[in-house]
Structure formats: C-alpha cells, structure tokens
Design a protein around this ligand. Structure first.
Ligand SMILES: Nc1ncnc2c1ncn2[C@@H]1O[C@H](COP(=O)(O)OP(=O)(O)O)[C@@H](O)[C@H]1O
Ligand SMILES: [Mg+2]
Length: 233
C-alpha cells in the first residue's frame, strides 16, 4: 500500500524565547492540497509556528521535513521552494504601484502577466496602477493575497487574512481558499471561516498542542471549548 508523503511536517518543535516557551512539542503533518488551520488565543504561538516554517525563528528543539526530507527553512529559499506567506496586517510598499508590489515576488518574463492575473483573481485588477497607501483596508488585504498567489505557490501560508474584514469579505475569502487548490496553512481567529474551509485544525494553547482534528471534532472537543471558545455563560 502506498504511503502518502507529507508535503510539510513539523516534528516535536519547541521554541523558547528566554524563559518563555512559545511552542511546546508541536507536531503537524500537512498533506498536499489540504487546508490546515492553526487556532488558539493570542500569544498561543501561532505566528511563531509560521515563523519557524519560514526560517525566521530557528526551533530550539525538533525538526521539519519537506516532501519527507529533512529541511532547514531559510527565508530567502521560500519562494524557490514554492512557499508563500501573507503577513498579519498589510505590508505593501507605499512608493510602488499595486502592480509593482505584486510583481515583487514573481520571477521571469511573464511576471507582469502573472501579477495581473493574480490581481484579477482577487478582484482588484482595476487598482493595478494605483498606489496602495490610499486604498481601503479590505482592498489592501486582497492585494496582499494577490502578491502571495502571483508566485503560484504550492504552499500558501495565511496569517490572519480575515482580520479587519466584514462578513461579505470573509465569505469571499473563504470561497477563494476553497478553490485555490494549493496546500494552505491558515492562522485565523474567525471561527466560521476556519470551520468552513479547513480539512484539519491544530489548536494551540500557551504553545501546547491541545487538539488536532477535523472541524467537527474540534468544535466538540471539550479541552478546546474550555481553553479557546470559552465555556457557555
Ligand atoms: N521574537 C520573540 N521574542 C520573544 N518573545 C516572543 C517573540 N515572538 C513571540 N514571542 C512570544 O511568544 C508567545 C507566542 O507569540 P505568537 O507566536 O506571536 O502568538 P500568536 O500569534 O498565537 O498570538 C507570546 O508570548 C509572544 O510574546
Ligand atoms: Mg499572531
């Protein structure tokens, strides 16, 4: 019987910042094409987990694998490896047009066409020639997403993409994530979005993995309801 290789996996990752344990023995396997959510209260270690995968934070203990091989992530290798990330908030260069911003992560002769296609896919192609500074927040979030998509990543990492968006925008985002077809790692607070798009969810609490399962399993998990969703009043 064939055993599917995990595209990306964390094995017993621990990260300590001085006396603070931001991640405590976290393991996670991400299979190709799956949407995996990471949730937990503020300070749970979600962004740190992303930073480990991006090579910004070296794990104190534990290892990572990419396609089943030992892997030591480096920030400047990510795009070549097909891993793209959006930042919490919006991180565009004010002195460049929207199109130029999106082209930053794309290489090759077709960079402009790819960037425009990504903007179009995110419904913001008409802003290509504008400067991002003056645009509404929701539009800038879409541009941030287009920037990540333009490089045609095989793994897309989204850190709170729904932050600051209204219900309609979040629904649009959910539909996009569902039809993207690439592997997605999603850190998000909006539970409706997480529950509707994720195949699997990892729950962190003070750096500790307290649950891993399908949305149905997570929403009925007692430890999760206590730690994160809050016990009913
Ligand atoms: N570079 C750092 N140096 C020291 N402490 C950090 C650093 N990055 C994060 N932390 C701490 O690690 C914990 C987890 O943070 P973070 O991963 O940002 O949580 P989350 O994204 O779940 O809100 C927090 O207590 C935070 O203050
Ligand atoms: Mg965070």
């Amino acid at each position: 019987m064939a055993v599917a290789t995990d595209e990306l996996a964390l094995h017993h990752i621990t990260v300590r910042f001085g006396g603070l344990t931001a991640l405590d023995d976290v393991s996670l396997r991400v299979a190709p094409g799956k949407v995996v959510g990471v949730i937990g209260p503020n300070g749970a270690g979600k962004t740190t987990l992303f930073n480990v995968i991006c090579g910004f934070v070296p794990p104190t203990e534990g290892t990572l694998t990419l396609d089943g091989r030992d892997w030591r992530p480096r920030p400047h290798h990510l795009s070549r490896l097909g891993i793209a990330r959006t930042l919490q908030g919006v991180g565009q260069f004010a002195g460049m047009t929207v199109l130029e911003n999106v082209m930053v992560g794309v290489r090759g002769r077709r960079a402009e066409a790819e960037a425009l296609a990504a903007l179009d896919r995110c419904g913001v192609a008409k802003y290509a020639a504008t400067y991002p500074g003056a645009l509404p927040y929701a539009i800038r979030k879409r541009i941030e997403l287009a920037r990540a998509l333009a490089s045609k990543p095989r793994v897309l990492m989204l850190d709170e993409p729904a932050g600051g968006l209204d219900t309609d925008e979040i629904r649009w985002l959910g539909d996009l994530i569902k039809e993207i077809g690439t592997t997605v790692l999603l850190v998000e607070h909006h539970m409706d979005l997480v529950m509707s798009v994720c195949d699997e969810i990892l729950v962190l609490d003070f750096g500790k993995p307290i649950a891993l399962g399908t949305p149905a399993e997570i929403s009925t998990n007692e430890r999760v309801t206590e730690a994160y969703l809050g016990t009913p009043a």
